[in-house]
Ligand binder design. Structure first.
Ligand code: ADE
Ligand code: ZN
Length: 308
């Protein structure tokens, strides 16, 4: 199998229904249903927000460092089986702090599993953009005692109405701490969000970025500066950012000479892990083995911490 790095993966988005049920039982948490098929049956999303509602609800079963450890260990095992040699993993600390889960439990579980895991991995702390810039700054300051356990910061959650420009200060603070910077932009938001992420947040990769293709000047900028885009094809279909995989703009992005990587985003929800995304691009979109090789090669070049 093709060796690759995975650069756009939310660890909470790897929470499979089987583990939701197991952790709910272990922690004595009531669920609307303990039937994994019934849980999966809800995974029919109209847009990003309808997914996020289920994503935040399910992650309430994550309470202890052991829960975060088990979640991460399961992802790393699956990733290895899908040819991943290195993963840069997003996590959403605000979604846990708001439920009373302390940061040290989150870090202990994630970092412990990475240390024990079968592949190389690093953590990127994401700010929930719909909670605003003051909360983002608060969580970054709270995480600074754990500074050696994460390599960068990102920006995720509900995009439209929460533009990157609001987060200038917290990204400046992150840069001053020597942290790498990425942001979700151009998933549901327009090219203006991608410009802001580049110009105001000084991000080094764009997560998704598919709507950048609507702006030729932006495409030229991304190409000339070789700014990687972490594209997630199955996610885009399941969240209806594109009507079907056959309509995906990824081939045109390659034709434009952009640095494109392929990733799974929230694989427990979107019907596949990273190799499943590669395979779908070949089988349903007709990408050639050479194109997929180029994407896999670029995924290592686009990584921050791969030391292969
Ligand atoms: N959080 C988890 N997955 C996300 C996505 N695809 N977009 C924005 N925020 C997310
Ligand atoms: Zn994402």
């Amino acid at each position: 199998m093709r060796a690759k790095a995975e650069l756009h993966l939310h660890i909470e988005g790897t929470l499979e229904p089987e583990l939701v049920v197991e952790l709910a039982r272990r922690n004595g948490i009531a669920l609307p249903t303990f039937d994994v098929n019934a849980i999966r049956a809800r995974y029919d999303f109209a847009d990003l927000q309808s997914f996020l509602d289920v994503y935040y609800e399910n992650m309430a079963v994550l309470r202890t460092d052991r829960d975060f450890y088990d979640l991460t260990a399961a992802y790393l095992r699956r990733a290895e089986a899908q040819g991943v040699r290195h993963a840069e993993i997003f996590f959403d600390p605000q979604a846990h702090l708001s439920r009373g889960v302390p940061l040290d439990a989150v870090f202990a579980g994630l970092t412990g599993a990475i240390k024990d895991g079968p592949i190389s991995a690093a953590l990127i702390l994401c700010f929930l953009r719909d909670q605003g810039p003051d909360e983002a700054e608060r969580v970054l300051r709270a995480a600074l005692p754990f500074r050696d356990q994460f390599i960068g910061v990102g920006l995720d959650s509900a995009e439209v109405g929460h533009p990157p420009s609001l987060f200038r200060r917290v990204f400046d603070l992150a840069a001053a701490e020597g942290l790498r910077r990425v942001a979700h932009a151009g998933e549901e938001g327009g090219p203006d969000y991608v410009w802001e992420a580049l110009d105001i947040l000084r991000v080094e990769r764009i997560d998704h970025g598919i709507r950048a293709m609507e702006d030729p000047e932006l495409v030229a900028r991304l190409r000339d500066e070789r700014i990687p885009l972490t594209v997630c094809p199955l996610s885009n279909v399941r969240l209806r950012a594109v009507p079907s995989l056959r309509d995906h703009i990824l081939p045109a992005m390659l034709d434009e000479g952009l640095v494109v990587t392929v990733n799974s985003d929230d694989p427990a929800y979107f019907g596949g892990y990273v190799e499943d995304n590669y395979r779908a691009l070949r089988d349903e979109l007709g990408l050639t083995e050479e194109q997929l090789d180029r994407i896999a090669r670029d995924s290592f070049d686009a990584s921050f911490a791969y030391e292969g």
